[in-house]
Design a protein around this ligand. Structure first.
Ligand SMILES: C[S@@+](CC[C@H](N)C(=O)[O-])C[C@H]1O[C@@H](n2cnc3c(N)ncnc32)[C@H](O)[C@@H]1O
Length: 349
């Protein structure tokens, strides 16, 4: 029997979640939406908690297009929710939470993207009214047993029942830094580097070491080195690495002058300063060319770099000037509401 799910994942890198689902969740058919992947698998919800590129796992109830954007949309949503077959999703929820009360309390969490003549709260109320009528469950906005997600993006609605109230992404972050990445995005960046056993993988500006921790957890047969200039960030990294119990060579260094031999590194994965919470655009104009040249020096011919930055114009300028870099692809990603680019690069042989 096939179960219907969807997951939320880093927007812009859904294809990596599709790969992970096919590889390690037995997913058959998958469908990508922005920041989500809908999929089917024979596996139960308890067998999906290992997914690394995922924020939340939901039992899929419906994905429909054509929701009116004007005030009529609310009545449309209420009727739609009332007419849906909720049983398969609720069965998965019962499977996941076997001790849940027979008559659970519930809430609807609504999210919206785009322009509508109604607010998210009204979407939640419309879907909630239908569920309340269909099942007789009482609403409890804070102490709920069951959470329904209604995500309306333009005229497209995705509806699901949350199977992971605590999220799958709250791992490895004992101490936060000034701009630490969420683990699913850190994992996705490391995954783009296609790390192979025995390879040396470096994050030269590691902050709290989220990327190296995810990389060392998923690819423990690599040699992982992480370094940063900021002693406070390094202290946070040290605590996070100890809590994650992974093997990482942590260094205090300046990425403009890496204490690494030329042609010695197989892959670099780095979340560069955006010039907002860390540094400034002016500082970046000086920093980026030097750091990129240093990365090019330490990478082996054919070595890979996966670099996340919001400084796309600066990055394009720097890469355009240095013919050693080969651009494989660039993905537009959303990092906490900021539009950034993930550059996948290779050193010419
Ligand atoms: C965007 S943050 C990285 C955040 C990290 N990915 C995390 O999850 O915590 C950029 C990092 O670059 C570091 N940095 C800036 N200039 C540096 C330099 N010259 N050498 C080494 N690290 C530097 C900052 O201290 C900061 O920790």
């Amino acid at each position: 029997m096939s179960n219907g799910y969807f997951v939320t994942c880093p927007p812009g890198l859904e294809f990596l979640t599709v790969e992970e689902l096919s590889e390690s969740a037995g997913a058959g058919r998958t469908e990508k939406l922005r920041g989500k992947v809908i999929f089917q698998t024979a596996r139960g919800p308890g067998e999906l908690s290992h997914l690394r590129s995922v924020f939340y796992l939901y039992a899929h109830v419906a994905a429909v297009e054509g929701v009116p954007l004007d005030a009529g949309g609310l009545e449309y949503l209420e009727r739609l929710a009332e007419g849906l077959d909720w049983r398969p999703a609720l069965q998965l929820w019962r499977q996941r939470f076997a001790d849940a009360p027979q008559t659970p309390t519930f809430r609807v969490t609504a999210r919206r993207g785009g322009e509508h003549e109604y607010k998210s709260q009204q979407v939640a109320a419309a879907v909630g009214a239908a569920v309340n009528r269909a099942f007789g469950w009482p609403v409890d906005l804070t102490g709920y047993d069951l959470e329904i997600l209604a995500h309306l993006n333009g005229d497209a609605l995705v509806l699901g029942v949350n199977l992971t109230p605590d999220g799958l992404h709250r791992r490895h972050r004992v101490v936060h830094g000034h701009a630490d990445l969420k683990p699913p995005l850190a994992y996705a960046l490391a995954r783009l580097a296609e790390i192979r056993p025995g390879e040396t993988v470096v994050d030269p500006m590691c902050g709290t070491a989220m990327i190296s921790i995810e990389a060392a957890s998923a690819w423990p047969a690599g040699y992982h080195i992480a370094g940063d200039l900021d002693a406070e960030e390094l202290e946070a990294a040290r605590t996070n690495i100890a809590a994650a119990a992974v093997d990482i060579d942590l260094r205090h260094w300046d990425a403009r002058e890496l204490p690494l031999a030329s042609d010695s590194v197989d892959a670099i994965v780095c979340d560069m300063p955006f010039g907002r919470r860390i540094g400034s655009n002016r500082e970046n104009r000086r920093l980026y060319p030097i750091v990129l040249a240093e990365m090019a020096r330490v990478l082996k011919p054919g070595g890979r770099a996966v670099l996340l930055t919001q400084e796309r114009r600066l990055m394009d300028r720097c890469l355009g000037r240095d013919l050693r870099w080969l651009r494989r692809d660039r993905h537009r990603v959303n990092v906490g509401g900021l539009l950034a680019g993930v550059y996948r690069l290779e050193m010419r042989k």
